[in-house]
Design a protein around this ligand. Structure first.
Ligand SMILES: Cc1cc2nc3c(=O)[nH]c(=O)nc-3n(C[C@H](O)[C@H](O)[C@H](O)COP(=O)(O)OP(=O)(O)OC[C@H]3O[C@@H](n4cnc5c(N)ncnc54)[C@H](O)[C@@H]3O)c2cc1C
Length: 371
């Protein structure tokens, strides 16, 4: 069976779904293929931090990508909530970044001096006045008032429902097995559903993006292990980034604590060592949480690239790559979707995409297909 669409998207994580929602919103016919289930991989595992400054994104072009994306979240969140009835629970609560020694405090102060994202320098006493759970070891910190967080699983569910309502067709349990080429041009995909011809294919398969025979696409999986705690009466008002661990308070009173960055191929199970690393970081940052109830642990695979920057642009005629968002795919979903729309419609993108071009890796400059 052969079908035809304007845009075929590979991957039902936050990137593919945000693109589907955005493109369906401008009237394009979109078909999205998800191998397993929507949000079943990194996007459903994420802590949901929206924190380009706390994450200390560099170089400046990458920080700008994050800042512009964060700025789009209030509108995106309200729109998908309205269209889907699912609230992504966006909270622009601010994010606190703390350090244990003067050297790191000074580095944070340099960042804060720019006033970026409402940055305010806090002394050790001020940090603990804001968050009494935190250790006395803290030497100081910076509060980024304009940062925030959301519930990633709710965001992907909301995007999927809203994209469907806008007319996008989502096939779950349908792996794309290969791209369809005519000469140097990509003209569609092969999947369990047969051949789908498309004017444009958007490759948004996260950590698996390099496995589809577009060679070479240097995306590798980096496992992140994360856990949930029930802190009892103890409360955290806002997310806190410590030197090794972050804590994110959720609306149900639990705290998500993460996360490791370890390489174990495509294995996405948590390990003893990984959880021990996160748990020691939790106890170091907020000693009271040693008494919290351990609820559960999980892991996801972040799509990494050699320079840790996303791949965002045309890789061949008819083929847009939108992946490699590594630690910040939730944050970067709105701007990525907007850029994909601009690339397809031929309108100027919100910022210069040259630093994120898939062609920046010389071997990618002349993409070729295998098989
Ligand atoms: C523990 C952890 C915490 C994180 N915390 C944050 C955070 O706080 N803030 C933040 O911004 N980011 C965070 N991230 C990073 C973020 O989760 C990722 O950058 C983002 O989810 C990547 O989205 P994606 O859509 O590219 O990939 P994914 O969510 O992995 O989606 C890719 C999808 O493609 C599908 N797929 C693969 N191959 C095929 C195929 N051949 N055919 C069809 N479908 C296919 C997969 O099944 C998958 O569903 C975290 C990640 C982890 C692991």
């Amino acid at each position: 069976m052969s079908q035809h669409t304007e845009v075929a998207i590979i991957g039902g994580g936050v990137i593919g779904l945000a693109a589907a929602w955005e493109l369906a919103g401008v009237g394009l016919r979109v078909v999205l293929f998800e191998r397993d289930r929507i949000g079943g991989q990194a996007s459903g595992a994420a802590a949901g931090l929206l924190a380009p400054a706390s994450e200390q994104l560099t170089p400046p072009a990458f920080f700008e990508l994050g800042r512009l994306s964060l700025a789009r979240y209030p509108e995106l969140s309200a729109a998908v909530r309205e269209e889907s009835g699912i609230d992504p629970e966006l909270q622009l609560s601010g994010v606190l970044r703390v350090a244990y020694d003067e050297e790191h405090v000074q580095r944070l102060e340099v960042l804060a001096a720019t006033g970026v994202l409402g940055a305010t320098v806090l002394s050790s006493v001020e940090v603990r006045a804001q968050e009494p759970l935190l250790t006395e070891r803290i030497a100081g910190g910076v509060f980024f008032r304009e940062e925030g967080h959301l519930a990633s699983p709710r965001l992907v569910a909301a995007l999927a429902a809203a994209a469907t309502r806008r007319g996008a067709v989502i096939h779950e349990g349908t792996p794309v097995t290969s791209l369809r080429w005519e000469g140097e041009r990509v003209v569609g995909v092969e999947s369990a559903a047969g051949t789908t011809r498309a004017e444009v294919v958007v490759l948004a398969a996260g950590a698996w993006s390099g496995l589809l025979g577009v060679a070479p696409l240097p995306v590798t999986p980096v496992r992140g292990q994360i856990l949930a705690l029930a802190p009892g009466q103890a409360r955290l008002q806002r997310p806190v980034f410590g030197p090794t661990t972050y804590l994110v308070p959720k609306p149900d009173g639990t705290i998500a604590a993460g996360s490791t960055e370890d390489r174990a191929g495509f294995c996405r199970e948590p390990t003893v060592r990984g959880l021990r690393t996160v748990l020691s970081g939790v106890e170091e940052l907020a000693p009271t949480l040693a008494e919290a109830v351990f609820l559960r642990a999980w892991a996801g695979l972040r799509p990494d690239t050699p320079d840790h920057l996303p791949l965002l642009g045309f890789l061949a005629p008819g083929l847009i790559v939108a992946t490699g968002h590594y630690r910040n795919g939730i944050l970067l979903a709105p701007i990525t979707a907007a850029c994909v729309r601009c690339l397809i419609l031929g309108t100027p993108p919100p910022l210069d995409l040259a630093p994120f071009s898939p062609a920046r890796f010389s071997a990618l400059a002349e993409p070729h297909r295998s098989g």
